[in-house]
Structure formats: C-alpha cells, structure tokens
Ligand binder design. Structure first.
Ligand code: ZN
Length: 320
C-alpha cells in the first residue's frame, strides 16, 4: 500500500467513525441514512469506503489545509471535484496574491511575472525580482519574447537611449482570494471538531459561498482585518458583543519568503447565526468607538473520537 493510500485509509476511518458517533445523537438525522460513510465537507455528498481507495470517477482525495504550497498538511478528505476546483480556482489566486504582497513589501528575492512595455510600443514578457523596498530588477528573457520585439529593444539599448518602461502585473480576483481564506478556516474548524461542527444549518450558507465564489453571499467572507499574533492560532469563540457571537478560526499561511496570519469568523448553531456577517459590516461601517470583543480560546481535546465530546461545539455555544 502506498503512503498516500495509507493516509486516505486512516483519514477515512478517523472521520467516518466520528460521523457515526455524531449520528447517534437523537436529534441528528441523515438522509439517506447510512452506517459507515464519509461526507465531503464541502459539497456534502456521501461517499463509501471504496471511494477512499479508488482513483476513478467521483472519489475521495487527500486535502492539504492550507494548500501544500502555502505550508499546509494532509489532514482531511474532500471529493476530487471540490479539491480540484479549489486548487485551480482559489488556491493559486491566494498564492499569487500573497506573492504580490511579498513583492510590494520589498522582500529580497521575490519574483513577479510582468509584461514590460517599453516606450509604449515594445511588449516583452518579463520578471521583476525584488532587491529591497525601493529597488527591483527587471529580467527580460529572449526565450519568451517575440523575436521582432526583442530586436527592437536591443536596437534601442545599443543607441544608448534610456527607454521609458511601463509594467503590467496580472492582478488576482479578490473574491477567489477571500473564498480561499474562508475555505481554509472552514476546513480547519472541521479538522478541529469533526462532523459535530458541521451539523449546523448556518454552515450551509458557508458551503454555498465556497461553491459559488463569485456570488456575494457573505459580507467580506467573514475575514477579520486585524493583526493576529502566532499565539492566537487556533479555534476560538467570540462571546462578546452578543451580536458578534461566532467561532473565530485563526491560522497561518506561508509563502516561500514570508508568513501571514488570518482570522475568519464562522456562524454558530444559534443566535445571531448568519447575522454576524451583517453585524460585522455594521460595526466596521459605523466605525464605532472601540467595542470590547471577548475571545475565548478553545483548547484542543479529543473532539473526534470521544463520544462525550463529539458535539462539543454545540455545548460550547450554549455555555457562553
Ligand atoms: Zn465535494
């Protein structure tokens, strides 16, 4: 058995056993009912054990959270459709966005693809390489350039003229970047609590937002623009003010040259539920005088396989 197959088997067993324990609760109904299965945490489709070792058709795949290229680890399974869609659509955009942020900060060695436009006429694909906050190098390669355009540039330089240079960097799609962060937070909360966290009607809206990144469903996708220290990394409950009561997931994303901490709020199973997003918008728009926000860190316990703890997110929610 390959290492990947072993990981898939282990993750399938871990989370399907967890789902069995969650289903034992009298108030939890699953339709269709099943005895030993796994639900893709994103699309909520049901999978059997067979789907964790096949690689054809719709099946389960290992998902790194955050994406591997951004320092993540293989911690859970999603279906191949959800996994591939995210990789293509959002994760690459998040990576590009953060690399651009690294470049703008002037971190030495960070490179950025750019179209180099010389004297408003010659267009050559190039690379910008950051050297410091105020200085970067432009690298134009003859291999990728149109030979005629490249020749024009050489002629210009041979004449000793300093050309006027414009740079065009391809931007990223803000919605994809935000949904990538929301998706990471949602999956980390699932990894932390298991299916006990996902049995919450309000999270259907979050899944809907992840599956429809271009639709404006959630304000700001729940991303909190605040500096979170490394000590804050983990899952928390915001319990004050009451109209912002929600779960807060703080996590770290690493680029090749830097690291960034993000905080994203997810709705709990009771009031204010999805209203946290409009409440959050109101707080930010009104720029009220500083409102004290109380954040309780949740200590990691065996939420996955201890039958007493599998519905802990609901217990924490009622406790505060
Ligand atoms: Zn899926």
């Amino acid at each position: 058995m390959s290492q990947k197959s072993r990981i898939r088997k282990r993750l399938f067993n871990k989370f399907s056993q967890n789902l069995q324990l969650v289903k034992k609760h009298p108030k939890i109904e699953t339709d269709p009912d099943f005895t030993y299965g796994y639900k893709c945490p994103i699309c909520w489709r049901l999978f059997a054990e067979y789907d964790s070792y096949t690689s054809t058709g719709l099946h389960l795949t290992i998902e790194d959270v955050p994406p591997k290229s951004l320092g993540g680890k293989p911690i859970l399974l999603t279906c191949n459709e959800c996994n591939n869609y995210a990789g293509v659509r959002f994760e690459s955009q998040l990576g590009q966005h953060l690399t651009l942020v690294d470049f703008m900060k002037g971190i030495p060695g960070v490179s950025q693809k750019s179209q180099v436009i010389i004297d408003n006429g010659i267009k050559i694909p190039g690379k910008l390489i950051s050297e410091s906050k105020d200085c970067f190098k432009i690298d134009v390669s003859s291999k990728k350039a149109n030979p005629k355009e490249y020749l024009k540039l050489i002629e210009l330089l041979q004449k000793g003229i300093t050309p006027k240079v414009n740079l065009k960097i391809k931007g990223t799609n803000q919605s994809f970047v935000e949904v990538a962060l929301l998706r990471i937070a949602y999956l980390l909360a699932y990894d932390f609590f298991g299916f006990g966290f996902l049995v919450n009607q309000n999270l259907m809206t979050v899944r809907n937002q992840i599956l429809n990144p271009l639709k404006q469903i959630m304000f700001n996708k729940g991303i909190i623009n605040s500096a979170f220290s490394d000590e804050r990394i983990g899952v928390h409950l915001i319990d004050e003010p009451k109209d912002l009561k929600s779960f807060l997931v703080v996590f770290q994303v690493k680029t090749r040259h830097n690291k960034y901490n993000f905080g994203v709020v997810l709705p709990g199973p009771g009031e204010p539920g999805l209203n946290i997003y409009s409440n959050l918008e109101r707080y930010l728009n009104e720029q009220q005088k500083k409102v004290p926000v109380n954040i309780q860190a949740i200590k990691k316990r065996d939420f996955i396989s201890n039958p007493e703890l599998v519905l802990a997110p609901h217990q924490y929610w009622r406790m505060y």
